[in-house]
Design a protein around this ligand. Structure first.
Ligand SMILES: NC(=O)c1ccc[n+]([C@@H]2O[C@H](COP(=O)([O-])OP(=O)(O)OC[C@H]3O[C@@H](n4cnc5c(N)ncnc54)[C@H](O)[C@@H]3O)[C@@H](O)[C@H]2O)c1
Length: 380
C-alpha cells in the first residue's frame, strides 16, 4: 500500500444529493484513506434542499452553497479555499461545471462520462490542458480494481502476446421490472430519457463509456474504426437502450462491444475478455478479486488479488488476500491515487483515468452514433 503525507486535502462536492447513490459512493471513497476532508458543497439544483443536506453532512452553513458558480466564486476568495472539487451531476453539466472550477485553479475529480457529447468533450479537454496548475481525474472506477490493474500490467509485460481480440460487455436492467410506456418512462428513467441532460446517448454515456474505457485501459489500444447498431426503447420513447459495436483497434485487433440497459435481469454485467497471440485474460465485475489467465499452452490459471504472483495488484489493495474487496475499495483507489499525485511532486506513473481517456471515450460514442445513423463503418 502506498504511503502518503498525512495532511488532508480539502474537498468540495457538486451533485450527489440524498437520492443519488453515487453521491454516497464518492463521499465514502473520499474518506476511505483519510486523504480528504469534505468542506464545501452544492448537492442539488434546489438550493434549500442542498443546504439542508450539506448541513446534515456536518458542513459549515457558510460553505453550503446555492449553486456551483457561487461555490467556485466564494471558495476561491477564501484563504482556506478547497483544493479539489468532486463533480457527480448528470453528464451534460460536466463540462461547464468543471470549467468554472478550472478557472479558479481547483483540481477536479469528475464522474463519467467525461462530457455529454463530443463537442463538449473537446472544449473541456482543451480547457484542462490549458491550465497547468490543475489535475483532472475521471471516475471510470472499474479500471481501479486491483485485478484490472494486474490485467493491464500483464498485457504490458507481453504475457498474452500481441492483443488480437477484445470482447467487452456491460449490461444492466433499468426497467424496474415494468413494461415501459410513454406514461411511466419519465418516472422510471428520469433525466436519462432527456437527451439535453444525458447527452449523446443514454446507454453509451451511462454504462457503455465504462465498457469502452475498460477495453482501452487494459489493452492500451484505441478504436480506429467502428460499425455500430444502436437501438432505442421505441419510436415513442427515444432513449438509446442497446448498442452493439464492431471495433477495429489501432494495432489491427478486432473487438466486439455490447451494452444494454434494458436487458431483463441484467444486473451489473460488466465482463471483459482479451485474447492475445500467447493467451487470454478474463475479468468479471461480480467476482472482482479474480482474474482468469489462459495461456495458449498450459492449464487455465485463476489469479487472485494480493498474492506473490499478483504483486502489482497489492499496490491497489488494502486487505490481505482471501478477504473480499469490492466496488467501494476500487472507487477509493482513484481518490487515493489522485491525492498522492497532488501531494507528490515526482514524475511517478499514476493509473487513475484522466482527460485523455475521457476524450477518447467521447470520440468512440460520437462515432457510434454516426455509424448507427448512416449504417456505415466510421473512422475515429
Ligand atoms: N462511476 C459510476 O459507477 C457511476 C454510477 C452511477 C452514476 N454515475 C454518474 O454520476 C452522475 C450522476 O448520476 P446519478 O445517477 O447520481 O444521478 P442522480 O440524478 O441520481 O443524482 C444527481 C444529483 O446531482 C444533483 N444535481 C444535478 N445538477 C446539479 C447542479 N447543477 N448542481 C448541484 N447539484 C446538481 C441532483 O440534484 C442530484 O442530487 C452521472 O454522470 C452518472 O453517469 C457514475
Amino acid at each position: 500500500m502506498q504511503r502518503i503525507k498525512a495532511k488532508k486535502l480539502t474537498l468540495g462536492i457538486v451533485g450527489g444529493g440524498p437520492k443519488s447513490w453515487i453521491g454516497h459512493v464518492h463521499r465514502i471513497s473520499s474518506r476511505f484513506d483519510d486523504q480528504y476532508e469534505i468542506m464545501a458543497g452544492v448537492f442539488s439544483r434546489n438550493a434549500k434542499f442542498s443546504k439542508k443536506f450539506g448541513k446534515s453532512l456536518g458542513i459549515s452553513p457558510d460553505r453550503c452553497y446555492s449553486n456551483y458558480k457561487e461555490m467556485a466564486d466564494r471558495e476561491s476568495k477564501r484563504k482556506d479555499c478547497i483544493k479539489v472539487v468532486a463533480i457527480m451531476t448528470p453528464p451534460s453539466s460536466h463540462q461547464t461545471i468543471s470549467e468554472k472550477f478550472i478557472d479558479k485553479n481547483i483540481h477536479i475529480i469528475s464522474d463519467k462520462p467525461f462530457a455529454g457529447n463530443l463537442e463538449q468533450a473537446k472544449k473541456l479537454y482543451k480547457k484542462i490542458k490549458s491550465n497547468k496548475k490543475i489535475k483532472y481525474a475521471l471516475t471510470h472506477n472499474y479500471s481501479a480494481y486491483p485485478m484490472v490493474r494486474e490485467a493491464k500490467k500483464l498485457v504490458e509485460k507481453g504475457k498474452i502476446g500481441k492483443v488480437e481480440y477484445i470482447n467487452v460487455e456491460y449490461v444492466q436492467d433499468w426497467s424496474s421490472g415494468k413494461n415501459l410506456t410513454t406514461r411511466n418512462s419519465k418516472k422510471i428513467l428520469k433525466w436519462k430519457i432527456d437527451n439535453k441532460i444525458v447527452g449523446a446517448s443514454a446507454v453509451l454515456n451511462e454504462i457503455g463509456s465504462h465498457a469502452y474505457h475498460m477495453a482501452i485501459y487494459i489493452s492500451g489500444l484505441k478504436a480506429k474504426s467502428i460499425f455500430a447498431d444502436i437501438k432505442q426503447i421505441s419510436n415513442k420513447i427515444k432513449m438509446d437502450n442497446n448498442a452493439q459495436v464492431m471495433i477495429n483497434f489501432n494495432n489491427g485487433a478486432k473487438g466486439m462491444f455490447w451494452t444494454n440497459v434494458m436487458a431483463r435481469g441484467g444486473v451489473y454485467g460488466l465482463r471483459i475478455r482479451i485474447f492475445g497471440s500467447k493467451g487470454s485474460l478474463e475479468w468479471i465485475q461480480n467476482d472482482p478479486n479474480y482474474l482468469k489467465f489462459n495461456p495458449s499452452r498450459g492449464a487455465v490459471r485463476l489469479l487472485e488479488r494480493g498474492f506473490f504472483n499478483t504483486n502489482f495488484s497489492k499496490n491497489f489493495s488494502r486487505l490481505k488476500f482471501g478477504h473480499p474487496e469490492g466496488y467501494l475499495d476500487a472507487f477509493a483507489n482513484i481518490y487515493r491515487e489522485f491525492a498522492t499525485s497532488l501531494k507528490n511532486k515526482s514524475k511517478k506513473r499514476y493509473f487513475f483515468p484522466n482527460e485523455d481517456e475521457g476524450l477518447e471515450t467521447a470520440k468512440f460514442i460520437d462515432a457510434c452514433k454516426l455509424s448507427s445513423k448512416k449504417k456505415k463503418w466510421v473512422k475515429i
